[in-house]
Ligand binder design. Structure first.
Ligand code: PHE
Length: 447
């Protein structure tokens, strides 16, 4: 982009592909099935969906309309609506959260990149998938290589701009992701013994559900929908007044949730079919899935390549949105041109990524928070502190400072049905209080 004309999404479907691409990521395919397993299967899914409707959907609308109203990214939006006030700090915190999240997100995406070509190791008879995983993450050279390749992909796409970079690639990558997911579900649910996994996943066992599960669901909604750090404000800033925000928000929320739920249909039947452990945590994707693939016969090579390609694609369309938050800030507020802003931000994030990347090898002695390694510590700070705080403050900003009436008015532009008093009530009371509870929980874990 040159001159004063702000970039815009070229089509509604392009915008929705990009925003859904941001939402759908490692959070859906890896994290959602894992915590669903941990917090009671079907019961967790039910609570997750309720929170999605009452917290996720209103906050999604709020961020998108703040962006479109101001035509500015995270920092600029608060600056425009509340000049000279500390609200701008919410924007800065978002940019910082984007930095931190992408620095380790790229490392995990790098694991997926490595696994795309690893079927030669885990498909070998007697291979121990856990050892292969540990062998990878403790190898500094390999980890830095994949982290670098992944960051270069991100930089290349974001430097291309909104229409020719992010929108065009999302339109190619998102349908590919859906097709791959469907193929993998068919493979997984037709494995002998898959039924036990389906029962586990779909049958609500309320006895396994706890207050902690409620809070875990709330945190997962935030991370999964890319909320609480200005990402959707930034994407909203490239929307024209013709777009229907409440409708788009519904599409994004529904597609994000569908992918999370579909990912469970890939993982649980396969895990149960082979008598593996559903609550395996970080190993669920990188240890359990290869174990499953290894028992599939020669087709495991193909399905393995497909699964990790899927994971990498999902991570890529999220990672570019994380990079865009920082890039847009430097374009809007510092007047950098896009290529320069992307390159500098990408470089800084790449360097920051050395910490989580080497956290299992050269820097494994650094355990900053409660004995957690660098990657887990980065994740903890961003997810359990910065995102909930950012989301709570964004809701408070609209509910108590800028005004829900103005938000509702902005939502009505280009919309077939604007937001109403239900939205106002949720944003003023329910959302801040619910997020405050998550936040307290996070801090409680800290103490
Ligand atoms: N929503 C992404 C996922 O589920 C992660 C993300 C968080 C992306 C915040 C952008 C902003 O993986």
């Amino acid at each position: 982009m040159d001159g004063n004309q702000r970039e815009q999404w070229q089509s509604r479907i392009g915008f929705i592909a990009a925003a859904a691409g941001s939402a759908i990521g490692l959070g859906n395919i890896w994290r959602f099935p894992f915590i669903t397993g941990k917090y009671g299967g079907g019961a967790f899914v039910l609570v997750y969906i309720l929170i999605l409707i009452f917290v996720g959907y209103p906050v999604m609308n709020s961020e998108l309309l703040l962006g479109r109203k101001t035509q500015r990214a995270a920092v600029g939006a608060f600056k425009a609506l509340a000049p000279g006030t500390p609200w701008i700090l919410v924007g800065y915190m978002g940019v910082l959260a984007g930095f931190i999240i992408l620095s380790y997100y790229s490392v995990v995406a790098g694991w997926a990149l490595a696994y795309m070509f690893k079927s030669g190791t885990y498909m070998v008879a007697d291979a121990v998938p856990g050892d292969i995983f540990v062998g990878l993450i403790t190898n500094p050279g390999a980890i830095l290589f994949y982290h670098t390749v992944f960051m270069l992909l991100c930089i290349g796409i974001v430097a291309g701009g909104i229409e020719k970079g992010i929108e065009r690639w999302s339109l190619i990558l998102m349908p590919a992701l859906f097709v791959l997911l469907i193929i993998l579900i068919i493979r997984s649910v037709t494995l002998p013994g898959a039924g036990a996994g389906l029962t586990f996943y779909l049958k609500p066992v309320l006895a396994n559900f706890s207050g902690e599960g409620f809070l875990a669901a709330l945190g997962q909604v935030f991370f999964s929908l890319s909320l609480g750090m200005g990402c959707m404000i930034t994407y909203g800033s490239y929307l024209s007044k013709k777009e229907d925000i409440p409708l788009s928000a519904r599409y994004i929320v529904v597609s994000d949730t569908s992918v999370a739920i579909l990912a469970g249909f890939v993982i649980f039947p396969a895990v149960f079919a082979f008598g593996l452990e559903p609550g395996a945590g970080p190993g669920l994707t990188f240890i359990t899935i290869p174990a499953v693939l290894a028992k599939m016969g020669p087709s495991g090579h193909l399905f393995g390549f497909m699964f990790f390609t899927l994971l990498m694609i999902a991570a890529l369309t999220s990672a570019i949105s994380l990079l865009e938050v920082a890039t847009a800030y430097f374009i809007d507020e510092m007047k950098f041109n896009r290529k320069k802003a992307t390159l500098i931000m990408g470089l800084l994030i790449w360097l920051l990524g050395f910490f989580p990347a080497l956290g299992y090898s050269k820097l494994s002695h650094i355990l900053p928070i409660r004995g957690m390694d660098l990657l887990d510590s980065f994740d903890f700070v961003a997810n359990n502190i910065m995102l909930p705080l950012g989301g709570m403050l964004t809701a408070a900003f609209i509910g108590w400072y800028w005004g829900t009436d103005k938000a509702i008015e902005e939502s009505s532009i280009g919309a077939s049905a604007k937001l109403g008093s239900g939205y106002a009530f949720l944003i003023k009371y329910i959302v801040p209080i619910a997020i405050f509870l998550v936040f307290l929980n996070s801090v409680g874990i800290l103490g």
